[in-house]
Design a protein. Structure first.
Length: 436
């Protein structure tokens, strides 16, 4: 009689049976432990894009794509977006529970202690082309932090790992804002500890030495919520990259740089920038929206509607639901002064309406994702286009370090080493160059 929490696999070729354990999660589907499969049957498993493979265990974030659920440490994203702040959410993700008043103050203090950058780090900025994309600068500068914090960083020491996490969360707004300032040829602005996390970022982005800059509280609040929505998303491409890079026990700052690189692509965090590029392409062309919708459906055409679809959300993205409300509220209450931006926003709203009613998109469960509306909000806020993905990275940093910390704290942790289905040449003999 097989164990009820197991599945039996029968090899039709040999008749051999193997009983594999079924692991029971707190929530979500039961998971077959296939780690013994190769030893028992001599087979690998094949799952391109990890469509059905749990690459690790995790206590941090739960999502159910079918039901549109997203929870950080058990707390629904809707409640955190409404009631929490980004820094409190950072504490929650890193430590596992919401902080008490004193804990939150101490955490805030810790972040304030670390938000400045080493003076020598400025030279890394000046090594970049003056018009470098801020994401390129981010990859380089965050990676360069490993040169500043290496010898005293023991990845097996829980307190050292927390120090690295605090440093990363604290320094990221400064690094991000400076990436933009460098590209614009503007002087770097130092962080201010009397400001909240999102406020401080906006201050470092937009302050001018020649005039006082007052952070708009509505804008700071909207940004704080957007950062909460982006804070973690379990084992997505960039987080999996961070885990894989970190599994070799590499320096955490170098590991985070790998996550930023992975996030940059338009299929992942780069989509918010790609949304605006697509809207611009549409507005600059002499074709109507129907033409672009047709192109998105055409399998011969690489064009896709950016900001639509998601690997795991096949009903709706709960983050997109929250961000859509912020977006529509912002558009109603703050008319955009730039007519070009207004035209892009009009196209976005029309595109959203058409796609939501179109059978192709409906039948494939392709809804606007979080990047569709965040791109529009950032545009409305006056955030430069090339900073959109940087803002995603700013929010996701806490997710990356929390996942890295969780993995490094597992005494049974192993270096990540996937296998492959080799489809290349069979063994052949080397041919001298004269005989090729
Ligand atoms: N426009 C047109 N068709 C699409 C789109 C789209 N944006 N997304 C998916 N499809 C079609 C796809 O062609 C396929 O059709 P068919 O079944 O006829 O072959 C079907 O929908 C399923 O698509 P898929 O490529 O198998 O889905 P996936 O899970 O591999 O890809 C995705 C998910 C997000 C990469 C994809 O939807 C996409 O490229 N979207 C546009 C880019 C984007 O907005 N990315 C941000 C993702 S959310 C932020 C984040 O978490 O990073």
């Amino acid at each position: 009689m097989p164990n009820k929490d197991s599945v039996t696999l029968i090899d039709n070729r040999t008749g051999k049976e193997v009983e594999l354990d079924l692991l029971k999660p707190t929530s979500g589907p039961m998971t077959i432990d296939i780690s013994r499969l190769y030893k028992e049957l001599g087979y690998f498993t094949y799952d391109p894009g990890f469509m059905a493979t749990a690459s690790c265990w995790s206590n941090i974030t739960y999502l159910d794509g079918g039901k549109g659920i997203l929870e950080y440490r058990g707390y629904p994203i809707e409640q955190l977006a409404e009631k929490s702040t980004f820094l409190e959410t950072c504490y929650l993700l890193l430590n596992g529970d919401l902080p008490g008043k004193n804990e939150l103050e101490a955490f805030q203090e810790k972040i304030n202690t670390h938000n400045m950058l080493h003076e020598q780090l400025k030279t890394f900025y000046s090594g970049f082309r003056r018009d470098a994309h801020p994401m390129a600068t981010m990859v380089g500068v965050v990676g360069a932090l490993s040169a500043f914090y290496h010898d005293d960083e023991d990845v097996h020491d829980a307190s050292d790992r927390m120090d690295a996490a605090h440093r990363l969360i604290a320094k990221m707004p400064t690094i991000a804002a400076w990436s933009y300032r460098y590209a614009m040829g503007m002087p770097f602005v130092q962080p201010r500890n009397d400001l909240g996390y999102a406020e401080n970022f906006l201050h470092m982005m937009f302050s001018m030495p020649s005039s006082e800059y007052k952070v708009d509280p509505t804008m700071a609040k909207a940004l704080d919520i957007i950062l909460i929505l982006h804070a973690d998303h379990e084992q997505n491409a960039s987080t999996s990259t961070v885990r894989l890079a970190g599994s070799s026990q590499a320096n955490p700052f170098a590991v985070l740089a790998s996550g930023i690189a992975s996030l940059w692509g338009p299929a992942h965090g780069g989509a918010n920038e790609a949304v605006i590029q697509m809207l611009t392409e549409i507005n600059e062309s002499d074709k109507d929206l129907a033409h672009f919708i047709d192109r998105a459906k055409d399998k011969e055409d690489r064009f896709r509607l950016m900001g639509f679809g998601h690997r795991v959300y096949k009903n709706y993205d709960p983050r997109a639901k929250i961000i859509r409300e912020i977006c529509h509220e912002m558009l109603e209450n703050n008319p955009v002064s730039n007519p070009e931006h207004q035209a892009l926003l009009d196209t976005a709203m029309e595109l959203e309406k058409i796609a939501l009613e179109d059978d192709y998109f409906k039948s494939r469960n392709l809804y606007p994702n979080v990047d569709f509306h965040s791109g529009i909000i950032f545009l409305g806020m006056g955030i430069p286009l090339n900073m959109f993905t940087v803002l995603f990275a700013l929010g996701r940093t806490v997710g990356w370090v929390s996942q890295w910390n969780e993995m490094m704290g597992d005494p049974k942790g192993k270096i990540g080493r996937p296998r492959q289905l080799y489809t290349g040449e069979s063994t052949r003999d080397y041919k001298e160059i004269t005989k090729r």
